[in-house]
Write a protein that binds this ligand. Structure first.
Ligand SMILES: [Zn+2]
Length: 438
């Protein structure tokens, strides 16, 4: 019998920082199902699998820049039968149950999209949630039993939901914070005494909703818990909870900064609920490491393809003037194509970052979604073909779009990691902001 590997099952290490210019950093999350280089995005799942991608298709996106290393699983999404825990355990845990046995799986009680609907605090000992089984009383015991059956690589501890719409009704901040603390510590203590202790890592939620002061207080408490030492070395990082739930985008960077400041730099910071590359870059600049890739699936469902450039033009960000004739000419050609796309933007929602394949402008286009993209869709099919599939209601339209959009989103994160590694994240961020607001 092989000896159990020494040390914690899951660990995180920061490998590069932005030298103080921003809080951006690169790191490595190491698990028994491989490593994830951060910043990174987890592909989102429904019932344990990506929306339109089979396991084989998902793996077909790699091993290059489009490779997927991890998936986000909403634990409650899988509660479709009363004995689901036993069912998943019998299949060898979540990795065996989903067939995603080479991917890093992160279980979160929150679904990036539907979260907030139906969460209701029930004292300091449980939350009520809507699931396929109906309205369910979720206690730390029940949640931990489900996690122990799933054996994910990482999980977010159960906490009450004192953010989003509900936060507005919580006047007593201390009471709200104590509720989060009670559920989280109960959830951690139970996990620490379960088989999860030798197999998974825990993320301590940092709540506080739209209140900066409460964010800072919740983060200080989470930091204390992370170093409490009573939880079998389970705590790998923090989940910055309650973002993407209607907060004013102008306040987000400040809220993230308040939440991140008290947290030890050596631990992973995870955040779900952001929409698209600009919001993600702002959060990376604030020191966040791990995200969800729901945006790629949402684009696909609405007939959009991500088309933003992954790298600044040759010569570096901001090097626009006085370049050689070659790159200048190439740039002009690209901007003409972009300009043509933007002429239909008022009607179809396209902008400099995405195109709408429903638009009649693509009906006769023999071009791939993104010229030069290495994904299956772009190397085999044209915009006209995807437009046609959408027009006739063929589900392969979503499949082909999700292949491209997932690949593109993963490649975007790879480009960001390269920018951090190369000490040029600030330039990249600035370049992208200009691109996104053009
Ligand atoms: Zn592509």
């Amino acid at each position: 019998m092989a000896a159990a590997p020494a040390g914690p099952a899951v660990s995180f290490a920061v490998t590069k920082t932005d030298g103080g210019a921003t809080a951006a950093r690169a790191g490595t999350l190491t698990t028994r199902h491989g490593a994830v280089e951060t910043p990174a995005a987890l592909v989102c799942t429904r019932g344990g699998l990506p929306r339109h991608l089979s396991v084989d298709t998902l793996r077909g996106l790699g091993p290059g820049p489009g490779a997927v290393r991890g998936c986000h699983v909403c634990g409650l999404d899988l509660l479709t039968r009363a004995d689901q825990g036993a069912h998943i355990a019998a299949a060898g845990g979540l990795h065996g149950y989903t067939g995603l046995d080479a991917e890093v799986l992160v279980v979160d009680p929150r679904d990036p999209v539907s979260h907030g609907l139906g969460w209701k605090q029930q004292g300091a000992a449980a939350v009520r949630v809507h699931t396929a089984l109906g309205n369910l009383k979720l206690t730390p015991e029940r949640y931990t039993a489900l996690l122990a059956a799933m054996r994910p690589d990482l999980f977010v501890c159960l906490a009450s939901d004192c953010d989003g719409a509900e936060a507005r009704h919580i006047n007593d901040k201390k009471k709200a914070r104590d509720r989060v603390a009670a559920l989280t510590t109960a959830s951690l203590a139970l996990a620490g005494g379960s088989p999860l202790a030798g197999a998974a890592g825990a993320l301590v939620p940092v709540h506080g909703g739209r209140d900066g002061e409460m964010r800072a207080e919740c983060a200080a408490w989470a930091e204390e818990v992370a170093h409490g030492g009573d939880y079998g070395g389970l705590v790998v990082g923090f989940a910055l909870a309650g973002f993407g739930l209607g907060e004013d985008p102008a306040d987000r960077a400040g809220l993230i900064a308040r939440a991140v400041a008290p947290l030890s730099a050596a631990k992973l910071r995870y955040l779900v609920g952001l929409e698209g590359p600009m919001q993600v870059l702002d959060a990376i600049a604030g020191g966040v490491d791990l995200f969800d890739a729901e945006y790629a699936a949402t684009l696909s469902e609405h007939g959009y393809a991500a088309v933003w450039p992954l790298e600044p033009p040759a010569g570096g960000a901001g090097a626009g003037q006085g370049g050689a004739a070659g790159p200048e000419k190439k740039r002009r050609k690209v901007s003409e194509r972009e300009a043509a796309e933007r002429t239909v933007s008022a009607a179809d929602g396209a902008d400099g970052l995405k195109i709408n394949l429903w638009a009649a402008a693509h009906r006769r286009s023999g071009e791939p979604l993104v010229p030069g993209c290495g994904c299956y869709t772009c190397t085999h099919h044209s915009r006209a073909y995807v437009h046609h599939l959408l027009a006739v209601g063929e589900m392969n339209a979503e499949v082909l779009l999700e292949i491209h959009n997932t690949y593109h989103y993963m490649a975007f994160f790879a480009a960001v990691r390269a920018a951090i590694a190369g000490g040029r994240f600030g330039e990249y961020w600035e370049w992208f902001r200009e691109l996104a607001t053009a």
